[in-house]
Design a binder for this molecule. Structure first.
Ligand code: HEC
Length: 162
């Protein structure tokens, strides 16, 4: 009888160890997945000229991508809706449809440039699913709003709206 109990205990131990290992592994995999996502590179090449997270708050050409994400995604926005709204903006950037009034005022409306639809789809897909690099000053800039959201969800939804 004792032996059986021991065996059961060992089995449980074995599986629980295994589980925690696979958790680590999936975190690692997730990181690899981020780096592999084609949208990341496309965004960095096509959009970071103006939307880079680098540079100070005062010396930039456009808002950082993380700020754009914040204005375009709330807790109800589906990925399809988000991709569609980014596509619409890229096809026709104009002051009336702009959601970022402050940015329009400060930088002027984003210049229209032709981007293939697939490129924008990949970029928007990446923006929706992953945490985007944010500039150092961003945290302070949006501290108030961020505070309100704290603790809502993990993982996928964690950066939603930011
Ligand atoms: C030549 C500079 C430049 C490039 C390149 C650029 N943008 Fe912009 N973008 C801007 C500026 C400036 C603004 C802020 C003014 C505005 O909102 O129109 C902006 C704003 C935006 C907005 C918010 C619009 C709003 O106000 O609702 C989105 C979305 C956007 N850009 C997406 C992109 C994507 C995606 C790319 C890459 C495929 C990109 N931009 C490349 C300059 C640029």
């Amino acid at each position: 009888m004792k032996k059986i109990v021991l065996l059961v205990l060992l089995t449980i131990l074995y599986y629980s160890c295994n589980n925690s290992k696979s958790k680590d592994y999936s975190a690692f995999e997730k990181q690899m997945e981020v780096n592999d996502h084609p949208g990341k590179k496309l965004m960095e090449t096509n959009c970071y000229t103006c939307h880079s997270p680098m540079g100070s708050h005062d010396d930039r050409i456009g808002p950082p991508m993380v700020a754009i994400k914040k204005h375009y995604i709330n807790s109800e926005t589906s990925k399809e809706e988000f991709i569609a709204s980014i596509q619409a903006w890229i096809k026709n950037p104009n002051a009336e449809d702009a959601k970022m009034f402050g940015a329009v005022k400060r930088f002027g409306v984003m210049p229209k440039q032709p981007f293939p639809e697939e490129t924008i789809e990949q970029i928007a897909d990446y923006m929706y699913d992953y945490k985007i690099d944010q500039p150092e000053w961003f945290e302070d800039h949006f501290k108030e709003e961020k505070g309100k959201r704290k603790g809502k969800g993990m993982g996928h939804g964690k950066m939603k709206g930011i």
